[in-house]
Design a protein around this ligand. Structure first.
Ligand code: F6P
Length: 342
């Protein structure tokens, strides 16, 4: 059997470890052959492939990014797109099935292609940890480690100057990175998309920290909304591709905090540093296991399924279930952390 692998959507530490896990297990256990599909769905639509064998994946589990390249191309849009053309491209290349590694958008496209008869197994990928039907996705742990280190570093400079530091982390729809890094770094408040807060509440937390003689450190998700401002401020217009611009909420809040509390405030946007570099050991193991399990699912013909982590086990779930809704921070998890705010 010849299996094509693609990585699609925003990159994520651990993508290469999935590729390596799949290629090594497939070759050893099933004598499968592999081919790399370049730049996500674009490579499948435009017929861009690369060699993928055990030599090409040597040492890959510790390497960040994706050797295959990635894009946000929609496989249903543009020239040569759509299931019929894709099937023709696969036949011409001798590809029997595809392992698609991606987040919600990628997996939604994978489900539609599977419905149209293309043989696909999905692997969940998101640093935001916003995919349902898996306890965690690889990349999340690495992002939390990077954000936690940044918070630790910002705390010492906050203490030196008696300033308020507002650290902005990724998470456009959900606040998992903020919640975990904020807890790990001992943040005095964690602001996430699921829990809009007023500027008064934020300032109350800041002042109570200051009144104890400490320098306040706040963590905020890029998709956080101020309760009084609604969705209007959540993006800064549209980018060249007509997508809402995200980021910058910390830069909006910092001067508001400074003006209302009189405490000097600084914003730091961590941005794509959270997606770059080597995956953590945890993510390498998770990604490798998911890659190996994806090959098992292909050999078992589980089309339209996604490999997923439940507890410590890797299972399969339907992509339809995984893409039905986002995995949001629950009220209980937020309340648990909020006991320590202020
Ligand atoms: O979905 C993952 C993510 O990292 C989000 O947290 C972030 O909003 C977005 O991707 C950034 O996308 P891009 O790399 O296209 O700027």
């Amino acid at each position: 059997m010849k299996i094509g692998i693609l990585t699609s959507g925003g990159d994520c530490p651990g993508l290469n470890a999935v590729i390596r896990g799949a290629v090594l297990k497939g070759g050893r256990a099933y004598d499968s052959e592999f081919v790399g599909i370049r730049n996500g769905w674009r490579g499948l639509v435009q017929g861009e492939f690369m060699k993928l064998d055990r030599h090409s994946v040597r040492g890959l589990s510790r390497q960040g990014g994706t050797i295959l390249g990635s894009s946000r191309t929609n496989p249903f849009e543009g020239e040569n797109a759509g299931p019929e053309n894709i099937q023709k491209t696969m036949d011409a290349e001798g590809i029997d099935a595809i392992i698609a590694i991606g987040g919600e958008g990628t997996l939604t496209a994978a489900r539609r292609l599977t419905d149209a008869g293309i043989k696909i197994v999905g692997v969940p990928k998101t640093i935001d940890n916003d995919l349902a039907a898996t306890d965690y996705s690889f990349g999340f742990n690495t992002a939390v480690e990077i954000a936690t280190e940044a918070i630790d570093r910002l705390r010492t400079t906050a203490d030196s100057h008696g300033r308020c530091m507002i650290v902005e982390v990724m998470g456009r729809h959900v606040g998992w990175i903020a919640l975990h890094s904020g807890m790990a770094g001992g943040a005095h408040a964690i602001l996430i998309p699921e829990q809009p807060q007023t500027i008064e509440q934020i300032c109350a937390w800041v002042e109570s920290v200051r009144d104890r003689g400490r320098a306040p450190v706040l963590v905020v998700s890029e998709g956080f909304l101020l309760a009084e401002m609604g969705e209007a401020h959540s993006h800064k217009g549209l980018d060249a591709f007509n997508r809402p611009r995200l980021g910058g909420i910390s830069e909006l809040i910092a001067p508001m905090v400074e003006e209302r509390t009189g405490i000097e405030a600084r914003a730091t946007v961590l941005g794509h540093t959270q997606r770059g570099g080597a995956p953590s050991a945890y993510d390498r193991v998770l990604a490798t296991r998911l890659g190996m399990a994806a090959v098992d699912a292909v050999v078992e013909g589980k089309w339209g399924s996604m490999v997923s982590l439940k507890g410590t086990d890797i299972n399969t779930v339907s992509i339809a279930d995984a893409t039905m809704d986002l995995n949001r921070v629950t009220q209980a998890r937020y309340d648990e952390a909020a006991v320590l705010f202020g």
